[in-house]
Write a protein that binds this ligand. Structure first.
Ligand code: G16
Length: 539
């Protein structure tokens, strides 16, 4: 039965870098999900006759949210929902499915790399028909709507059985429950050389892939173990769990501790990798060796010729401003387009749609290509494995040779988490004023070339976006400051430092960036303002 329900607006439903992320308990408040989803529908000119892809990373409250979305979609006249079986779907495959099914967008129930469970986080990522994250005009309109909403529409009825594959209906709305694993693997097979990968594993190559009890588990077991022939057990933490088994599903040096321990042990496998909650982030490890995401993007770009889908050439590459400049040197050497954008995958979409770039990546453990309009963790892992299969080199050899050829951007990110939002905003505002006076100032032997806001002018739609602040030194070193757009409590200040070395490429990264980090801390008065002596997470 169609019903209109009166509701009271919430004022805290402002989307961040990619969707709305809040504590699960916030989502569990009365009408919280309904208000947000109805606001999305209202802000895109209604959804009558439209279709959407729906799925999630398996975290707590996912299926409750999906049932609510089904009812709201039917109440708003949606024609069809394509839903992942058991409500499961990775973010990368959702982007592909938008294109394959030509839907009007997707709703993916995830808080990405944030922890899950009743006391963890939940979220909704909304993507448009482009296959990519909604642009700012749309997210602004949604936020405005959430503050004004007074009612939502739904069709009341029994919950849909999400386990049963195939077509069904809810009211007048069509639903198709699909398995997304085979489709994802078929997409990967179109891109990579599966024969070379099978031959690699046949020779005894050892892989450890950590799904962190999140979405990629079932995809990875089938792909790596069943199809490519990696040894059984190569995929660890492979069952998606509502609370990720207590893990924080963020593939970095802090949270993927179990994998790091294995890769640093005596009998370490040849290659280690991990992905995040919804499968778009990734981390690459060799034996006792960590590859920074910035270097990974540079190496992927430099080796495009080894991958069948790209061997004929690539358009160009883009990175977020906070990502190191390692890939800039590769783009220059290959004479391909190069773009520096604000943080957020949405900024890459226009560049891909207009054939300006083929690859893109971010320091936050994201890389991808124009095969979809999202970052893709397993894609990045397959890319590395394909390079290894074709060159016969280890991860460490590949990276070291890359540094020998292009120099090394020593790079680190320092995160100061859960700062009071007012303090963080004041710190940034005062920093902007201070930066305007820094040009030409010397710190030791280093001289500031430019300092100020990072502003991106989109070459496709002409829009202009500011994201954080950037200090460039005469020797090529850089400091970037920005506030995270993905936290769920307070503010997170991110400080990124980078120093280029062409000769001393085998030094300790922390030591090499220390001077810059000290400068960054002093300039922003981090300890004085936040009370934090050290960063909470360093990657
Ligand atoms: C999201 C976006 C990414 C972006 C990241 C930044 O990642 O999809 O494009 O780089 O946020 O996070 P922050 O603003 O916290 O630095 P994800 O994986 O969380 O969806």
């Amino acid at each position: 039965m169609l019903k209109t329900v009166k509701t009271t607006a919430y004022t805290d439903q402002k989307m961040g870098t990619a969707g709305l992320r809040k504590k699960s308990k916030v989502w569990m408040q009365p009408n919280y999900v309904e208000n947000f989803v109805q606001s999305i529908f209202n802000s895109i000119g209604g959804v009558e006759g439209k279709s959407f892809i729906i799925g999630g990373d398996g975290r707590f409250y996912n299926t409750v949210m999906i049932q609510k979305i089904i009812k709201l979609a039917a109440g708003n006249g949606v024609k069809k929902l394509i839903i992942g079986q058991n409500g499961l779907m990775s973010t990368p495959i959702s982007s592909r499915l938008i294109k394959d099914y030509q839907t009007d967008g997707s709703l993916v129930l995830t808080a990405s790399h944030n922890p899950g469970g009743e006391n963890g986080d939940a979220g909704i990522k909304y993507a448009t028909a482009s296959g990519g994250q909604a642009p700012k005009q749309i997210t602004d309109a949604i936020y405005k709507n959430t503050k004004e909403i007074t009612e939502y529409n739904l069709v009341e009825g029994n919950d849909v059985d999400l386990s049963k594959l195939g077509p069904t209906t809810y009211g007048n709305m069509e639903i198709e429950l699909i398995d997304t694993i085979d489709g994802y693997i078929a997409m990967c097979e179109e891109i990579f050389d599966f024969d070379a990968l099978k031959a690699l594993f046949k020779k005894g190559f050892k892989l450890k892939f950590d799904s962190m009890n999140a979405i990629t588990g079932p995809y990875a077991v089938k792909l790596f173990e069943e199809i490519l022939g990696a040894e059984k057990g190569s995929v660890m933490n492979s069952t998606p769990l509502p609370d990720f088994g207590g893990l924080h599903p963020d593939p970095n040096l802090k949270y993927a501790a179990e994998l790091i321990k294995i890769m640093n042990s005596k009998n370490a496998p040849d290659f280690g990798a991990a992905t995040d909650g919804d499968g778009d982030r990734y981390m690459i490890l060799g034996r006792n060796f960590f590859v920074t995401p910035s270097d990974s993007l540079a190496i992927i770009t430099d080796n495009y010729k080894f991958i069948p889908a790209y061997e004929k050439g690539i358009f160009g590459v883009a990175k977020s401003a906070a990502t190191s400049t390692a890939v800039a040197r590769v783009a220059q050497a290959h004479k391909i387009g190069y773009y520096e954008t604000p943080t957020g995958w949405k900024f890459f979409v226009n560049l891909m749609d207009s054939d300006r770039i083929t690859f893109c990546g971010e320091e936050s453990f994201g890389a991808g290509s124009s095969h979809i309009r999202e970052k893709d963790g397993i894609w990045a892992v397959l890319f590395w494995l394909n390079i290894i299969a074709k060159t016969g080199k280890s991860v460490e050899e590949i990276v070291t040779e890359h540094w020998q050829k292009y120099g090394r951007s020593y790079y680190m990110r320092f995160d100061f988490e859960e700062i009071d939002s007012e303090i963080a905003n004041k710190l940034m505002a005062d920093l902007q004023t201070k930066l305007s006076t820094l040009q030409g100032q010397k710190f030791g032997t280093n001289e500031v070339e430019t300092a100020g806001a990072f502003v991106y002018n989109d070459p496709v739609d002409g829009s202009s976006t500011q994201d954080g602040f950037l200090i460039r030194f005469k020797d090529g070193s850089r400091i970037v400051y920005r506030l995270s757009g993905t936290g769920s409590v307070g503010a997170t200040l991110r400080v990124y430092v980078e120093k280029l070395e062409t000769k001393n490429i085998k030094e300790d990264a922390r030591l090499m960036v220390d001077e810059l980090y000290q400068i960054a801390s002093q300039v922003a008065e981090i300890e004085k303002r936040t009370g934090k002596k050290e960063a909470d997470v360093t990657t």
